[in-house]
Design a protein around this ligand. Sequence first.
Ligand SMILES: [Zn+2]
Length: 109
Amino acid sequence: MKRRTKPTERSTREPSPLRLAPRCLAQTRSGKPCQKPAAKGKKRCRLHGGAEGSGAPPGGRNGAYRHGLYTREAIAERKAMRALIRSFREDARAALSELPARVPDPRGS
Ligand SMILES: [Zn+2]
């Protein structure tokens, strides 16, 4: 289907999405900020450092892990669990030491 309006003859006064995109604003050789739209997910345009594949990978692939393994709560929980296991082990050891050394042979003599 043929477009009813050409992009250059817009029917609305609303600016196009590209016009609303955040600008690159890198300093250009003329000294003015670059007015190209910034690359998707980046702060600069493709000519000023925002090219695809440039820069460090985001998140976990760059070591920025957030898993909660070392929060104060998690450390305290592990510590309490270790103390509980230790106390069970000591109780079991004490109970075993109170038992007679040998169980008598049921066949007698
Ligand atoms: Zn730019």
